[in-house]
Design a protein around this ligand. Structure first.
Ligand code: URA
Length: 434
């Protein structure tokens, strides 16, 4: 087999065989196939597309390029959740203890943040002492006994995806549905999930800006999951404004804890309950979404959710006192309220820009080696449809450096569009697939 011929096939729009795809992934991961040939193939895929069979073959080939987690020592169905990335998305920290308290096994590998979107592992590190690395034995024991463990993704999980993603990033081939779907699903499959709930974000703060694109991506990922024997469903949810109010690591942990205590923002609470209910059904805790919702709401109300959070934090070495004393999560030195000159209704918010404001304050990574500040970020006070009166703040900036404060202030003041007419508030959940 020759890479030249494989590129030629795809250039002419032919479907690649499983053998050809395996050859490409093995060859590229091992370094036999050079970047220039892989780039040419990626661009051919970008223009000619891949059918669902090719996309599934690519997913499996990438999943098998490194360690495939064997979670067979964990009893019961392991259900995972994946978000395609957004601003203020702290659902994993709320969902994990919620579904674990309901009896689902959460054996989760999460990532760190990059660019305007945050990552669960960085957020968890805002809890003093919380360890995001466990031995395999500890991981298995925690999930078997306590139903929950969340660790940082291992370096050898789907290495082909890591290498290809870096190449896509510099060859303008990221935004292709088959490539995105196979990239995400390869990591989920390699990390051993038997059932997967996908939260596909859509809007100004998401990868997919339009609903149609998000639905398309969700359908392909659900198809891949089901083709490779993992029960997969997807929820398409709104990302035209941050989820909840807090954006930034310690600030988001605090909001997640408040949600588990039953005092969370409406949108975060509603989305978490929806995703958790699907996890309960896939985990065969119950057979009906409505019944699952009742169970989840009761677990929040009777305090089992917050108890499970404390149990989980203690198991991973974190300071449980932080759940009731938020000062322990760390605080930025300074704050500033952002006040606009205009009054009126919030017509739209550029969510990506809110993420960028948090990023410039130091809450996120410009590149993979950036060091982040867990205490800084933004808390917005006004969401789409809210009225801003004279002198009312739209947001508060939490900062440690004046230069960063100025940059974030300028980004935030431009991220809001104000009108005099009452705008339509976006629907939180657009669609369910699967
Ligand atoms: N997230 C991934 O993991 N891969 C993509 O291609 C896009 C988003």
């Amino acid at each position: 087999m020759r890479m030249y011929e494989i590129i030629e096939h795809k250039k002419k729009g032919k479907a690649l065989s499983k053998e050809e795809i395996d050859y490409v992934i093995q060859g590229y991961t091992s370094g036999i196939i050079p970047d220039y040939q892989m780039s040419a193939l990626l661009m051919a895929i970008y223009f000619k597309g891949m059918n669902i069979e090719e996309t599934s073959d690519l997913t499996l080939a990438m999943a098998k390029s490194g360690n495939m987690m064997d979670l067979s020592l964990i009893r019961g169905i392991k259900v995972d959740k994946h978000s395609t990335g957004g601003v203020g998305d702290k659902t994993t920290i709320v969902l994990g203890p919620l579904v674990a308290a309901a009896g689902v096994k959460v054996a989760k590998m999460s990532g760190r943040g990059l660019g305007h979107t945050g990552g669960t592992i960085d957020k968890l590190e805002a809890i003093p002492g919380f360890k995001v690395e466990l031995t395999m034995d500890q991981f298995v024991e925690h999930v078997n006994k306590h139903h929950i463990a969340v660790v940082s993704q291992s370096g050898n999980l789907a290495p082909a995806d890591k290498k290809i993603y870096a190449l896509r990033d510099v060859t303008a081939t990221v935004d292709n549905i088959s490539l995105i779907a196979s990239s995400i699903m390869s990591k989920k499959i390699a990390s051993g999930a038997e059932a997967i709930v996908l939260d596909v974000k859509c809007g100004s703060g998401a990868f997919m800006k339009e609903t149609e694109e998000a639905v398309n991506l969700a359908e392909v990922m659900v198809d891949i999951g089901n083709q490779v024997g993992r029960k997969t469903v997807a929820v398409i949810s709104d990302m035209n404004q941050p989820l909840g109010y807090a954006v930034g690591n310690a600030l988001e942990v605090k909001e997640a804890i408040e949600t588990l205590k039953g005092h969370g923002p409406k949108d975060l609470t509603e989305l978490t309950i929806t995703l958790a209910s699907h996890m309960l059904v896939l985990g065969e805790v119950c057979s009906d979404i409505k019944e699952a919702e009742i169970i989840i709401k009761e677990i929040i109300k009777n305090g089992k959710a917050i108890d499970k959070l404390k149990e989980w934090i203690a198991l991973q070495g974190g300071d449980v006192n932080a759940v009731d004393n938020y000062e322990l999560l760390g605080k930025s030195k300074y704050t500033e309220k952002i006040i606009l000159e205009d009054t009126g209704y919030v017509y739209s918010i550029n969510a990506e820009e809110i993420g960028r404001a948090a990023l410039v304050l130091g809450a996120g990574r410009e590149n993979k080696t950036s060091v982040i500040d867990l205490t800084v970020g933004v808390v917005i006070h006004k969401k789409i449809g809210d009225y801003i009166r004279e002198g009312e703040a739209i947001a508060t900036i939490y900062y440690n450096e004046t230069a960063q404060q100025k940059a974030a202030r300028s980004i935030l003041t431009n991220a809001y569009v104000i009108t005099q007419e009452v705008p339509k508030t976006p629907q939180l959940i657009y669609k369910f697939i699967g």
